[in-house]
Design a protein around this ligand. Structure first.
Ligand code: ASP
Ligand code: MG
Length: 291
């Protein structure tokens, strides 16, 4: 059975019209593959706000920043016509308890930092899953941490281990079987987060949702990987700064790696290797203009 991985970035998951496109894309892809795994980033700008919120919490003065983050999610729920309290209430409750703990302990160390940042992707996938159900796209919400285990290193700073973890990308038969036997054909899950062998939350580095999608594509032997973002592909230069930049219709993994490593924001440099090793084609599309 074929399981396709689709990844939607922060801007892609922050507008109702984009979620409507996501819903159409999923339905179309289900005519070509058996199952679809949708990997989401946090709402646009949220991860940076969560970093600042963590710092503020450790100083004990974080209510204003917390309310700002809450408001963004409340507004998104309103836009999607879903109930904030029902869908995000329990996770916000946990989130606020955690912030309170950070404030009491004045501890914004890597462990707490990772846990707080993980809520960005938890919130976006919970609200996306609820909205898709409302649109008759039956789906299951998956906590990616159950399947995304960080590699262990003897060395490396605490910061590296909790905030820039790496994972294995060998085919994962346990996960394949779990999804194949699941009654749902659509799964909504988080980019950017993973767990370590102690069961703690770790992050894959800022911008790491692309890397999550690439790991999942390799683990699931996805027939191809789709990264949906706010530009329709890789360009010869930054299209936002240089209007004459050309869209590169096709390029080798090595060329893509070079462009990603030299500063293009479209793909995280660490997301190429897992698909290259397993010879999985990677497509980049624009969520605003799916055609
Ligand atoms: N939300 C995370 C970040 O902003 C991961 C991602 O979007 O790729 O860094
Ligand atoms: Mg990105």
């Amino acid at each position: 059975m074929s399981i396709l991985v689709l990844k939607f970035g922060g801007t892609s998951v922050s507008k109702k019209s984009n979620w409507d496109n996501i819903s159409l894309i999923i339905k179309e892809r289900l005519g070509r593959v058996h199952k679809v795994v949708v990997v989401c980033s946090a709402l646009t700008g949220i991860s940076t706000k969560l970093e600042n919120l963590t710092l503020a919490a450790a100083k004990g003065d974080y209510q204003e920043k917390l309310q700002e983050v809450k408001k963004i999610h409340q507004d998104m729920c309103d836009e999607l016509g879903i109930d904030f309290q029902e869908i995000l209430g329990p996770s916000f409750f946990e989130f606020e308890k955690l912030l309170c703990g950070v404030a009491i302990l004045s501890d914004a160390g890597p462990k707490n930092w990772a846990r707080i940042l993980s809520f960005g992707e938890l919130f976006s996938t919970l609200l996306g899953s609820a909205y898709l159900k409302k649109q008759q796209v039956s789906n299951a919400w998956l906590d990616v941490r159950e399947h995304m285990l960080a590699s262990e290193y003897e060395t490396g700073s605490l910061k590296k281990r909790y905030l820039e973890a790496l994972c294995e990308c060998d085919p994962d038969e346990v996960l394949q079987t779990k999804l194949n036997q699941h009654k749902e054909n659509v799964f909504i899950t988080q980019g950017f987060i993973a767990r370590n062998s102690a069961g703690e939350t770790v992050l894959l580095g800022r911008g790491g949702s692309d890397v999550s999608a690439s790991y999942l594509a390799a683990k699931l032997r996805s027939p191809w990987l789709e990264i949906w973002t706010d530009v329709p592909g890789m360009f010869s230069a930054n299209p936002k700064a240089i209007p004459e930049a050309r869209l590169l219709k096709e390029l080798s993994y090595d060329e893509a790696q070079e462009i990603a490593s030299t500063g293009a924001k479209v793909l995280h440099p660490r997301c190429i290797a897992p698909v290259q090793v397993h010879k999985i084609p990677l497509h980049v599309y624009s969520t605003e203009r799916p055609d």
